[in-house]
Design a protein around this ligand. Structure first.
Ligand SMILES: *Cc1c(COP(=O)(O)O)cnc(C)c1O
Length: 388
């Protein structure tokens, strides 16, 4: 029962067999994407039966790369609520706002989705040791799933990472290296050491399966909205795995006849202290220039250079979407509003989505009577240092 057929390079389209671990395309150095036999899946899986399955991302197992069920590592990730934000709607006088609440995932963020799948697949293919560069949430998620599989976890974090993220990894038994520099430096060292010590590196999009885990957000949205996607999705973008993943899910669902051709306009929100994708979008570039001196309280958005930049920019164009930046003050203020009006303690990244929504509405970019989904990508509890 496996429909995962190969990995295909997102740039040069070359195929690679799925029976061993791959990082980037060995030929051109760009991300590899998983391909499935969608026609077969469509013929034997009824989308309306999904609701009778397990309440985790593994309900979409035919569309995930893990071959044997015994390798599915699960802590209850996914199947998160899509909350109608009624009080927020009243406050800002707008008809339909939803919040996809990823904050209740294991380890408090949607990173659990990606790392559940990536660690499962690495384990299935025989990895014994894993490494990851992370500014916060990804490290905790990887450490947790590595603990489940009894794999050793090696974490590379910027020196100034908040204590709560460190403590979390330690509690899962991970080995932590603090790096003098940003996530980009962490990435270099993680990969170097992985080569030296024979570990598999799980940097986002430099390994194909975190994307597969995160794409389940796209499947869930469709399922929760009765197979009709919203008009606008606002997503706080660092490496862009979630955005690229959801778009891949939309493509797959359309191929299988689960949804029609209507797609949401995708909004990429960044911090004005680190906005490489916004710059590239505004200047109509195909790739983004690395951002110098990245600085923002939103650790998930502190990604000066995203390996999947061209994929994100392409999706923004195809979806008639937009990229915009908000300030740290704006995102923190918006996070307070979400707390006060919706009872959700959210991360600053999530605040950024509401701040972006307000700006886009002011500009007239978001029209009345459209359905807008904001992503609460991570819980605010790990960031309590910010709101003292
Ligand atoms: C990682 C992270 C992001 C960015 O996600 P990408 O899919 O890598 O762009 C946003 N918010 C939070 C809380 C995160 O941990």
């Amino acid at each position: 029962m496996n429909y995962f057929s190969c990995l295909r390079c997102s740039a040069c389209q070359k195929d690679y067999p799925p029976d061993r671990l791959w990082n980037l395309c060995p030929d051109c150095g760009k991300p590899l994407l998983a391909e499935y036999e969608l026609d077969k899946i469509a013929s034997l899986l009824d989308k309306n039966e999904l609701k009778n399955r397990v309440n985790t991302i593994w309900r979409y197992r035919e569309l995930l790369p893990v071959e044997y069920d015994r390798y599915q590592l699960s802590l209850g990730e996914g199947c998160t609520p899509l909350i109608r934000a009624s009080r927020l709607e009243n406050l800002i006088e707008f008809s339909e706002i939803y919040i996809k609440d990823e904050g209740i995932n294991p380890t408090g963020s949607f990173k659990a989705r990606g790392l559940s799948v990536a660690v499962s697949k690495a384990w299935e293919l025989g990895a014994r040791a894993l490494s990851i560069p992370s500014a916060g949430n990804a490290a905790g998620a990887m450490s947790a799933y590595a603990a489940l599989a009894n794999l050793s976890a090696h974490i590379y974090m910027p020196e100034d990472v908040p204590q709560s993220f460190l403590t979390e990894c330690r509690m899962f038994g991970a080995e932590i290296t603090l790096v003098d520099g940003l996530i980009t430096e962490c990435g270099k060292q993680s990969i170097e050491d992985a080569k030296k010590f024979n570990r598999f590196d799980l940097s986002t999009l430099k390994e194909p399966y975190r994307l597969e885990g995160k794409k389940t957000m796209g499947y869930e949205l469709a399922e929760q909205l009765n197979w009709k996607l919203p008009e606008v999705i606002i997503y706080p973008t660092g490496g862009g795995t979630g955005l690229v993943g959801m778009w891949k899910a939309f493509d797959e669902m359309q191929s299988m006849g689960w949804i029609d051709h209507h797609r949401p306009r995708m909004v990429c929100v960044q911090s004005d202290g680190c906005a490489p994708l916004v710059n590239a979008f505004l200047t109509r570039k195909q790739f983004a220039e690395p951002w110098q001196n990245a600085k923002t309280v939103a650790d998930g958005l502190r990604v000066p250079a995203a390996i999947g930049d061209f994929l994100i920019l392409n999706i923004l164009e195809k979806s008639h979407g937009v990229a915009l930046a908000v300030s740290d003050e704006e995102m923190m203020e918006a996070a307070r509003i979400i707390g006060k009006y919706e009872g959700l303690f959210v991360s600053p990244e999530t605040g950024a989505t509401l701040a972006a929504f307000m700006k886009l509405r002011e500009r007239g970019w978001i029209k009345e009577n459209s359905r807008v989904v904001l992503f609460n990508t991570g819980s605010g509890y790990k960031y309590s240092h910010l709101w003292k």
